[in-house]
Design a protein around this ligand. Structure first.
Ligand SMILES: NC(=O)c1ccc[n+]([C@@H]2O[C@H](COP(=O)([O-])OP(=O)(O)OC[C@H]3O[C@@H](n4cnc5c(N)ncnc54)[C@H](OP(=O)(O)O)[C@@H]3O)[C@@H](O)[C@H]2O)c1
Length: 160
């Protein structure tokens, strides 16, 4: 079966760079994903203009329906996922005047809870020998929370 890599939040920034790099090096299908279809397809077109061939999937990690629909898509089309990069995330600017408590709540919603939910839905379909990776330290909290301890499929988890 065709191998497949999925990068969350990859319409710009580090995620887009990872998709760009995977398209050049990875021996399987590479999915750029975005919560916004317009921003996602624009990013795909940018990479296509460079001669690369990413696929696109809508995926908002804070939307359980979007996460489950994506999980079902990869399970059905590829029998699971070989490489999952949990990159989607957000951060307030240092100068932002939003009250700290609100910043904490909004940040945790995406960077911790939504990433945890992604792991809960996708780790069971990571193929044996597959890899999942995170682009921030937030996963230490997830590990401490025991989310991954319920997952017994043999694959590698990378945190960077
Ligand atoms: N840059 C750094 O120095 C740094 C350091 C440590 C960790 N990180 C982590 O690395 C990751 C990427 O950072 P970056 O600098 O490339 O950030 P970025 O340029 O702001 O890109 C973040 C990406 O995540 C997407 N995203 C946000 N909320 C989402 C959601 N609910 N569902 C799906 N996608 C969502 C954004 O989509 P939209 O365009 O729709 O907003 C965007 O594509 C983040 O998780 C960040 O916390 C970055």
């Amino acid at each position: 079966m065709t191998k497949v890599a999925l990068v969350t939040g990859s319409n710009k920034g580090i995620g887009l760079a990872i998709v760009q790099s995977l398209c050049k090096q990875y021996g399987g299908d590479v999915y750029l994903s975005s919560r916004d279809v317009g921003r996602g397809t624009a990013a795909v077109e940018k990479l296509q203009s460079e001669g690369l061939k990413p696929f696109f999937r809508q995926l908002d990690i804070t939307d359980p329906e979007s996460v489950r629909a994506a999980r079902d898509f990869f399970k059905e089309k590829y029998g699971g996922v070989d490489v999952l990069i949990n990159n989607a995330g957000m951060a307030f600017k240092v100068a932002d005047t939003t009250p700290f408590g609100t910043q904490a709540k909004v940040t945790l919603k995406t960077n911790f809870f939504a990433t945890r939910d992604m792991c809960n839905e996708f780790l069971p379909i990571i193929k044996p020998g597959g890899k999942s990776a995170e682009t921030s330290q937030r996963t230490h909290g997830i590990t401490a929370d025991g989310v991954w301890s319920t997952h017994s499929r043999p694959h590698t988890i990378i945190v960077f």
